[in-house]
Design a protein around this ligand. Structure first.
Ligand code: HEC
Length: 166
């Protein structure tokens, strides 16, 4: 029994690390046969991921036009905002700091969702299912950063650059 509790604790630990770190492959906890359990959890997670990916979130951004190529000047401005207001909690890799790393965030989420989250943080964390799920995993509530609309758009362009858009 003790061993089982240990293993389950370990499994929950893995789930936390993966969820807030974002994008890392799911490691199956070793030592007990939980394939069925895992498959069910994976299916649920995939559905949630899909819903999160298609969501525009809650806020004023309902339709943001994004060009196929990078606006380098805007990305540069976004880099400045990142250094000043975001870097203390977000890495540019997939590694978690206080919040999730930003690698691939532009493929995980829609532009509108990211910009709404960046400017309407409190309401998103209170009402948006994907944001709430993140809070459960990260255990820290992202403070509102008082970004202007232009700043939010610039940071998004910087995220695209970080994700390899040229
Ligand atoms: C004090 C720490 C902190 C700062 C500063 C911060 N964030 Fe966050 N951020 C978080 C946390 C924690 C989360 C996870 C959601 C939650 O639990 O609130 C998060 C989540 C996010 C997400 C969602 C990431 C994903 O993987 O879906 C985006 C986008 C984001 N932040 C943008 C920003 C931007 C833009 C800035 C700077 C203007 C910023 N954050 C500054 C802590 C921070």
């Amino acid at each position: 029994m003790k061993k089982l509790i240990f293993v389950v604790t370990l499994a929950i630990g893995f789930a936390f690390i993966n969820a807030c770190g974002g994008g890392e492959p799911k490691e199956k906890p070793k030592g007990f046969d939980a394939d069925a359990f895992n498959e069910e959890a994976d299916a649920g997670a995939k559905e949630k991921e899909k819903a999160a990916h298609e969501s525009k979130g809650i806020g004023k951004f309902t339709n943001v036009e994004i060009a196929a190529t990078l606006d380098a000047k805007m990305a540069q401005a976004g880099s400045g905002v990142y250094d000043l207001k975001c870097a203390s909690c977000h890495k540019l890799t997939d590694e978690k700091l206080v919040g999730p790393g930003w690698k691939d965030v532009t493929t995980r989420r829609k532009a509108e969702w990211i910009m709404n989250f960046s400017t309407n943080t409190d309401e998103m964390i209170t009402k948006d299912p994907a944001a709430q799920a993140m809070l459960e995993e990260c255990l820290v509530r992202m403070p509102n950063q008082s970004l202007s609309d232009d700043d939010a758009r610039a940071v998004y362009e910087f995220m695209r650059k970080n994700d390899g858009v040229k």
